[in-house]
Design a protein around this ligand. Structure first.
Ligand code: NAD
Ligand code: WQD
Length: 344
């Protein structure tokens, strides 16, 4: 069975994808520097799959160490590249750290792919590249707007680096997956999202409020031009998202790409407002959320949700899990990890 390199494989989306890959019989090598994840994630992966992935604690900014991983595993066939810094606000304060990490990591991988003749890469992109879309739902042909954060800009530049590299390397195939808002956890509650410090994202903040770690959830704005005034997003279950990566890898391995660089939106196609998420969480879990409407958060878009027709048709993949099931999985994971560290 093929050996797949998963960078960022102990992170949130990476760990769920590693589980799906291993359950499909792929052999997995993880590279992660644990800058935003913990080694114990490997225990969760092993508990679910009954097998241990190979793990290399390597920083992708270190070219020599990256090369060593490929020398150690010369049979790597394909790469899924999750590793990146991803906090929008932090990227505004530390733009150079974001450009260095997110761009250099990709460049080192592409260099290694050339040297070790690896032809397939799946790249983690984001709906953030669409900015405030002109029309909804957003399909893959929607214009790329000027990024409203250095983080968003790294995703745009990475996609450009990939396209430029493909121009001179016809043997390569790349699939860029633009995620909408991934949420939830594995149904076993053995892996999930582990935000360090105060969460930026809505759902971890909701679960930590329900758990009593946060006193109150701030709802950022209720005067948007949406049905209830709060902002609308396309929340996708992380296991559904993980499964799309297996489909993408199989598409590359089978040479089924239509063009060398393919882009797919990964969402559900349905938008939920912040207030709808709170109410769905309360319904699914029986927990009350203490919340208050406050000012809008700077840089937030009003609404964005995916047109999933192309991904559904071309990949034969569809997000399947409903919002309540997904929010319940996030809550079960929160309960399971409540006593863990880094929760202040
Ligand atoms: P995460 O922070 O949980 O996982 C990323 C992993 O990469 C972490 O384990 C971190 O330690 C590792 N890492 C970072 N820099 C590294 C480096 N230089 N060398 C080695 N390892 C490194 O993030 P996630 O939510 O799982 O996101 C995965 C990918 O998906 C990222 O590229 C992110 O930008 C993208 N994405 C995430 C979301 C989201 O909302 N979570 C949405 C769209 C796109
Ligand atoms: C969702 C909604 C908030 C927290 C971010 C990145 C994006 C992508 C996904 C990586 C918004 C509201 C939030 C809170 C709130 N990541 N909210 N109170 O901003 O849609 O997307 O993650 O690529 O690039 O920007 O996700 O979860 O932060 O917010 O009211 O305490 O919840 O205003 O409307 P966002 P989010």
């Amino acid at each position: 069975m093929s050996k797949i390199l998963v960078t960022g494989g102990t992170g949130y989306i990476g760990s769920h994808t590693v589980v799906e890959l291993m359950e499909e019989g792929f052999e997995v090598v993880i590279i992660d520097n644990l800058s935003n994840s913990e080694l114990e994630v490997l225990d969760g992966i092993t508990a679910i799959t009954g097998k241990e992935p190979h793990f290399e604690k390597v920083d992708l900014r270190d070219r020599e160490l990256v090369i060593k991983v490929f020398e150690k595993h010369p049979d790597i066939q394909s790469i899924i590249h999750f590793a990146a810094f991803k906090a929008v606000g932090e990227s505004v304060d530390k733009p150079l750290a974001y450009y260095e990490n997110n761009l250099l990591s990709l460049i080192h991988l592409l260099e290694a792919m050339k040297q070790f003749k690896i032809a397939h890469l799946v790249f983690s992109s984001s709906c953030t590249v669409y900015g405030e879309p002109d029309s909804l739902p957003v399909d893959e042909s929607a214009p790329i707007k000027k990024a409203n954060s250095p983080y968003g800009n790294t995703k745009q530049i990475c996609e450009e680096i990939l396209q430029d590299t493909l121009e001179s390397s016809p043997e390569l195939g790349v699939i860029s997956l633009r995620y909408f808002n991934p949420i939830g956890a594995h149904p076993s509650s053995k892996i999930g999202e582990l935000p360090i410090g105060v969460p930026n994202n809505l759902v971890p903040f909701v679960t930590q409020t329900a758990a009593g770690i946060r006193e109150r959830l701030n709802v950022f704005g209720d005067n948007y031009n949406t049905p209830d005034g709060s902002a609308v997003r396309d929340y996708i279950n992380v296991v559904d998202l993980a499964r799309a990566h297996i489909v993408a890898i199989r598409r590359l391995l089978a040479n089924k790409q239509k063009t060398a660089f393919e882009v797919f939106n990964l969402g559900t196609g349905k938008g939920y407002s912040v207030l709808e998420i709170i109410h769905a969480f309360e319904k699914a879990t029986g927990q009350k959320i203490n919340f208050k409407v406050v000012d809008r958060r700077e840089g937030d878009v009003e609404q964005v949700y995916a047109d999933t027709a192309y991904a559904n048709r071309e990949l034969g993949w569809k997000a399947e899990k409903g919002i309540e099931e997904t929010l319940l999985s996030a809550w079960n994971w929160e309960k399971n990890t409540r006593s863990k560290k880094n929760r202040s």
